[in-house]
Each structure stands twice: as structure tokens, then as C-alpha cells.
Design a protein around this ligand. Structure first.
Ligand SMILES: NC(=O)c1ccc[n+]([C@@H]2O[C@H](COP(=O)([O-])OP(=O)(O)OC[C@H]3O[C@@H](n4cnc5c(N)ncnc54)[C@H](OP(=O)(O)O)[C@@H]3O)[C@@H](O)[C@H]2O)c1
Length: 292
């Protein structure tokens, strides 16, 4: 299934992407990206801290021609964490390093990975000016055409409002956040929709560290009823709200399964899944609520 969403920059983002956190090394990246491109994924999510950009850049040199694809046929996202005590030139160099690693002249989407700043306590007031500084750099690179769209990740309602008040003339195109039936915030989704920001879910399957979400009996019950796997139910649950997904998988079966989402979840099952937030409420990734 290959749905897309038009971002506020006019560029289209595939609703389904391939998450690459913890997939590293030339061999593993080459193998998983080969499965992913073959299965129909056209969107790859990485970050400077995943330390796999170079492997992705290298793999694409051979995999794109293998599948008769050009650079413009795929959508690449990367991210950086703002740095304490560093000037704008340093941040710009980090972004340019990502582009260099990925062997690309431009990136489709570049995100500020986290509202906090590397080298600062989350409660330190200087988080605010430093994340603003990083945004200013992304705006410059956006104007130069090096970052086609720019956005944020792990921004809460508070962080989004702050950015919109002083966004240097470029509104964020995307907010990438933890989002699954055990943990989601409709207030954030509503704000993003109202402000024209595309919400993208990460850890839709509950991360590589826990199987609690994939093993949730209610998810299993819906999966049996709809003749799909629990992972497909979790992924389709986000798509039903036009929320993007970037599931990570190493196994070929998982990679193929996670893009086969051409079915619907009936409203009564959506309600059941929505209800898990109250009964479980489990959060699996880092918590940006603590960042000033
Ligand atoms: N912006 C951020 O702060 C942030 C934070 C976390 C993640 N992310 C992004 O979001 C992506 C996804 O999140 P995530 O890495 O936390 O993991 P996830 O997608 O929630 O879950 C990955 C786990 O699910 C398993 N899996 C995948 N497909 C499956 C299937 N069909 N059936 C059963 N199990 C399946 C994987 O197994 P195998 O690998 O063995 O196949 C792996 O153990 C990341 O890779 C990254 O790109 C962003």
C-alpha cells in the first residue's frame, strides 16, 4: 500500500516509511533495504545518532538502480539533536554531514530529534534558545533547497506552540512522536492538524525492547477478527487517523507484512483499541514532557 500525504511545503510524504533505528552495518542495511524497496517502501527514516546514514547512503547507490528507481522516487528523513554551546555553523555542519553520509544533494525531511539539547539538563532554561537556534539553521538550509521540508520530533503541545510563535517564517511540516494504542495524545493530533503539521508515529509496535504492545490481548482479538497480524492492526490503527508510520523490522516477513495494510478497522474495533490508553497507558520511549 503506498498512500501519500501532502506536507505544508507542497512535497508528498509516503504514509508508510521504513524505520532503521538499531539496524546498522553495511550488510544488514543492504539486506533490509533490499527487502523494503522490493516490498514497495519508498520512505526511509534515519537519524545522525542511529549511526547508519553512511550505510544507507552506500546501499542506495546499488539498490536504487537495481529497482529502477531514481533519488526523487524515494523520501529520506534524518534528524539531529541540538547542541549546547555550539554556534549555528556547527549545527549546519551536522546537517551537511548527514547529507554527505547519505550521498544526497538534498534531504526530503530534516527533523530536530528532541526538544532537549545535548549537554543540558532537561530542566535547564537554555534548552529554549538552543532549540530555537537549531530551528533557525534548518530554516536557512530549507531556503537553500538542501532540506525540502523541515520539522520536529518529540515536541509536545507546549513545544509546538512555542515554535509556532517564533518559527522564523517556516512552519514545521512534521512532528514525529511516540504514538500507539497504549500511548497517544489526541490534543497533540488536533493541534498538529489545525496548524497543518503532519503527525508521524514512531514505535508503533512498541519498540524492539518490549513485546507488550504486540502481545496485548485486545490487539490479538481484533487481529483474529480481521484475519491480520497484531502488528498490522497496530499500524493500520494509526493510518485510520491519517497518522504516518515508520515501523522498524529486520526480518523479511515482518518488512513485507508491515506494508500490507490495505484493509480497514471498523469503528467498534477502533474504539476497543483506543480504550487501551486508559487500561494500559504504557509508554515505551523517552519522555519529552520533562523538557522545559
Ligand atoms: N524520533 C524519535 O525519537 C524516534 C524514537 C524511536 C524510534 N524512531 C523511529 O521509529 C522507528 C520504529 O520504532 P522502533 O524502532 O522503536 O520500533 P517498532 O517499529 O515499534 O518495533 C520494532 C520491533 O517490532 C518487531 N516487528 C516489526 N514488524 C513486526 C511484525 N510484523 N510482527 C512482529 N514483530 C514485528 C521488530 O522485529 P525485527 O526487527 O526482528 O523484525 C522489532 O523488534 C525507528 O526505527 C526509528 O526510525 C524515532
Amino acid at each position: 500500500m503506498n498512500l501519500t500525504f501532502k506536507l505544508n511545503t507542497g512535497h508528498s510524504i509516503p504514509l508508510i516509511g521504513f524505520g532503521t533505528y538499531q539496524i546498522r552495518g553495511n550488510h544488514l542495511i543492504n539486506e533490509t533495504l533490499d527487502y523494503a524497496l522490493k516490498a514497495g517502501y519508498r520512505h526511509i527514516d534515519t537519524a545522525l545518532v542511529y549511526r547508519n546514514e553512511e550505510h544507507i547512503g552506500k546501499a542506495l547507490q546499488t539498490l536504487l538502480p537495481k529497482y529502477n528507481l531514481k533519488r526523487e522516487d524515494i523520501f529520506i528523513t534524518s534528524k539531529l539533536i541540538s547542541q549546547y554551546n555550539k554556534d549555528e555553523r556547527f549545527i549546519e555542519e551536522l546537517v551537511l554531514k548527514s547529507l554527505d553520509n547519505l550521498q544526497t544533494e538534498y534531504i526530503d525531511l530534516f527533523l530536530i530529534h528532541w526538544p532537549g539539547v545535548n549537554g543540558l539538563q532537561v530542566s535547564h532554561p537554555d534548552n529554549v534558545p538552543y532549540r530555537k537556534k537549531a530551528w533557525k539553521v534548518l530554516c536557512k538550509l530549507h531556503h537553500e533547497g538542501k532540506c525540502r521540508s523541515i520539522g520536529v520530533s518529540n515536541y509536545t503541545v507546549k513545544h509546538i506552540r512555542e515554535l509556532l510563535e517564533d518559527c522564523n517564517g517556516v512552519r514545521p511540516a512534521v512532528n514525529q512522536v511516540e504514538w500507539h494504542p497504549h500511548y497517544f495524545q489526541l490534543e497533540l493530533l488536533e493541534l498538529c492538524k489545525t496548524e497543518g503539521i503532519f503527525l508521524q508515529a514512531y514505535s508503533s509496535l512498541g519498540t524492539s525492547l518490549s513485546t507488550d504492545l504486540r502481545d496485548d490481548p485486545v490487539v490479538g482479538e481484533v487481529a483474529v477478527r480481521l484475519c491480520r497480524s497484531p502488528a498490522q492492526i497496530l499500524l493500520r490503527w494509526a493510518i485510520e487517523r491519517n497518522v504516518g508510520i515508520i515501523p522498524k523490522a529486520r526480518s523479511r516477513d515482518h518488512i513485507e507484512e508491515n506494508i500490507a495494510l490495505d484493509f480497514e478497522i471498523p469503528p467498534q474495533d477502533m474504539e476497543l483499541l483506543d480504550g487501551l490508553r486508559v487500561t494500559s497507558g504504557a509508554k515505551y520511549a523517552w519522555d519529552p514532557d520533562t523538557v522545559v
